[in-house]
Design a binder for this molecule. Structure first.
Ligand code: ADP
Ligand code: MG
Length: 382
């Protein structure tokens, strides 16, 4: 399907809202965003936050309560689903069990005016694109889950939509397959140049594949940006928490915060942090630091932004070692150390100094979503 990269494929949502019942909380609540042509854009959020509903509104399977949807600059709100140049790949592959892989992919084309030869070429090209050419004659029951999802992808791509909507397409697959398909999907998207609007609750998928992503929470977008922006500069505790193991620690302000770098008090220690100085004077706020930024140093190490801590637990995770630290004020802090052969053993109960670099310690606005204690229980493997 080379050379089929269609121009266009931009999506523009303005004030998009969907309420299923009159008194219900909106499933999609006043969403506005623009996706550029050829962009890989993800909607990331927990189950029930409105991701699927947003896709269904764009596809035309649901009607918005209010707001507008533009594709390539044209308002499609009034168009039925089959008149919109978008296609959807679902988590459940929804293949016809009695048709071969080839015929499943060809199915959509039968309703278009293409010659037999062209149909054959386009189907074979699409199968090639997802590395399934040699399975063309198989029926879905003779294919693995990952292979079936490839066929579903080929079936969507063969129609040459300018936008592909993908609703947790890797959700039904096992972890290893998900990882390898993730890379392939991204490469495929770059090759075909189609705009991908990708929905997932898996932060790793969203972070690794997307050009930009929007983090959703109960129908709303809470943050929109590049993976690095959203990961490094989470807007609030919800985003920090959702985007992977973050240490959420409670800090107070020894003086009124001013500017973008200011002192915070953590137990006895005064550290320099950055972020948005909270409105109002004193009080407490939450600060976040990624476990991979917390450094464990020998007890008594000199320098700023260091706090004494005790090693509470050490968990070997393969590529990294997770070290749970406990500060004097009870705060628990997780550190993730690369297993690069550099380190000596850290035994439980060892007094150390934890180094929290100022550029990694970020004060967040917004309320905490869970207690500091819960941070410790959060599993790393997800
Ligand atoms: N057809 C429907 N009728 C009523 N409520 C619905 C319907 N579809 C989704 N919802 C509700 O809308 C909210 C968002 O659902 P959904 O978009 O499926 O979330 P997600 O895909 O992020 O898990 C949920 O509270 C869900 O129960
Ligand atoms: Mg869903």
């Amino acid at each position: 399907m080379s050379g089929t990269a269609p121009g266009g494929g931009s999506i523009e949502l303005a004030g998009l809202t969907k309420r299923f019942g009159a008194g219900d909380h909106p499933a999609v609540d006043d969403i506005s965003l623009s996706v550029a042509s050829g962009e890989f854009f993800s909607l990331l959020g927990p189950s029930g936050c409105g991701k699927t509903t947003t896709l269904r509104l764009i596809a035309g399977f649901e009607q918005p309560t209010s707001g507008t949807i533009k594709l390539d600059g044209a308002d499609v709100s009034g168009l039925p689903a089959h008149r919109r140049n978008v296609n959807t790949v679902f988590q459940s592959y929804a293949l016809f069990p009695f048709l071969t892989a080839f015929d499943n992919v060809a199915f959509g084309l039968k309703h278009q005016r293409v010659t037999k030869d062209e149909l054959k070429k386009r189907v074979n090209d699409a199968l090639d694109l997802v590395s399934m050419a040699k399975f063309a004659r198989r029926r879905p029951a003779q294919l693995s889950g990952g292979q079936q999802q490839r066929i579903a992808l080929a079936r969507a791509l063969v129609l040459r939509p300018s936008v592909l909507l993908l609703d947790e397409p890797l959700g039904a697959l096992d972890a290893q397959l998900r990882r390898s398909l993730k890379g392939e999907l991204k490469a495929l998207q770059e090759r075909v140049g189609i705009t991908f609007l990708y929905v997932t609750h898996d932060q790793e998928e969203a972070l690794t594949m997307s050009d930009r992503l929007a983090v959703m929470h109960s129908g709303k977008i809470v943050q929109l940006g590049t993976p690095r922006e959203v990961y490094d500069e989470p807007a609030d505790a919800y985003v920090a928490d959702f985007l992977g193991a973050a240490n959420l620690i409670e800090v107070t302000f020894p003086e009124r915060p001013a500017g973008s770098r200011f002192p915070v008090q953590l137990g006895e220690a005064v550290l320099t942090a950055h972020g948005e100085a909270p409105d109002g004077a004193a009080g407490s706020a939450h600060a976040v630091i990624r476990p991979e930024r917390v450094r464990v140093e020998p007890h008594g190490s000199p320098g700023d932004n260091r706090v004494p801590a005790l090693v509470e637990r050490v968990v070997f995770l393969g590529a990294t070692t997770q070290v749970m630290l406990r500060l004097a004020n009870g705060t628990s802090l997780q550190s993730l150390l690369p297993n690069d052969g550099e380190r000596t053993e850290l035994a439980q109960g060892t007094p150390v100094h934890a180094y929290l670099p100022a550029d990694a310690l970020r004060v967040l606005r917004g309320a905490p979503v869970r207690s500091v204690e819960a941070t410790e229980a959060a599993p790393l493997a997800s």
